[in-house]
Design a protein around this ligand. Sequence first.
Ligand code: GLA
Length: 401
Amino acid sequence: MIDYRKLAHRFRQLYGDEPRVFRAPGRINLIGEHTDYNGGFVLPMAIERETAVAVRPRNDRRIHAHTLNYGESAEFDLDSVDTVATGPVWVRFVEGMARIIDSDVTRLRGANMMILSDVPPGAGLSSSAALETAVGFALISMTGGNVDRIALAKAGQRTEHDYVGAQVGIMDQFVSAHARAGHALLLDCRSLGFEHVPIDTARVSVVICDTNVKHDLASSEYNVRRAECETAVRLLQADLPNITDLRDVSEAELDEYGTRLPQTIRLRARHVVTENARTLEAADALKLGDMNAFGWLMWESHRSLRDDYEVSSGELDTMVEIASRIEGVLGARMTGGGFGGSTVNLVARERVRHFTEAIEHEYLRATGIAATVLISNACGGASEAKIELQDESSATGASRR
Ligand code: GLA
């Protein structure tokens, strides 16, 4: 967890002013992978890793941002087209959010910001969505207006498209903005209707295992998959003229008309169509507290991502295979975009310690790489962090204005 008081203290040291602090979490996806940009369903939850932004409005329209993670700063002017988004990646997220919110959501004031995150980058835990959401939430809050969380999530998604070149769906930003503690979030990515579904943490724990092999979402494969899905829709429209997304296609229809698709395109479509069905089934299982059924769907999801969608990696497969041999594991699968990153494991509570030891040991033995294991409750979405700034500043004697 982020030490907000330390962040506020560092902010005062740099800017000489008292900040407010906003935070937004990273996420794992329990099931529903690569369905969001196909108009389908996802079931993510926010994790206890987050990005915090200390912020204070300025009297001009300049945004100055400093990240404690990299010790770097950037500054740009909302009234000038001069961009700094050619610099480090984190700057692109900040500038993208600021400019997109300013043009599409609400006119912003300039601001000084300091950023601190404990979401590991490249682990498939949506460090970028946490950054976008926290920055956007902080900047909108400085206008004095209410935060429209759907507009916030959409601005995050557009930032990925326009400033990073990753054609992502809406899942990560949406859950970072809308999550509720103790709950997973069932989201219909077409209508953006959603439901909070409680997770029975008395019986099971969600254990995240980072393969520590980094992926690059902006790299071509994610966008290739998205284009393949669009091709599938276009070809299937010959027989199914009313479909607009793969979400509209049933398994029976794919069996009947899919034979006309090129092999690779058919496999991609099969993953999406079956994953959508699994996600709705998993949400029902979660509501009924049937965690065995939920776990079974997770194994199936991994198989489909590995064989049909081909977005897994050797390390992810090894991690899931090891989990399948450990007692008390109800289900395991890769989570997020793929090509590295983390697995999510549903583990009987009393077996968590044994699981952690076994997976660390076996994964190291099989790959020579040390895994990072994180056990997380489902936490709440973006919010203002409550800190007792008063106490801290008098203790440190920091300057105030
Ligand atoms: C990444 C994207 C999401 C989603 C997942 C795959 O996390 O940001 O929009 O497409 O991959 O489910």
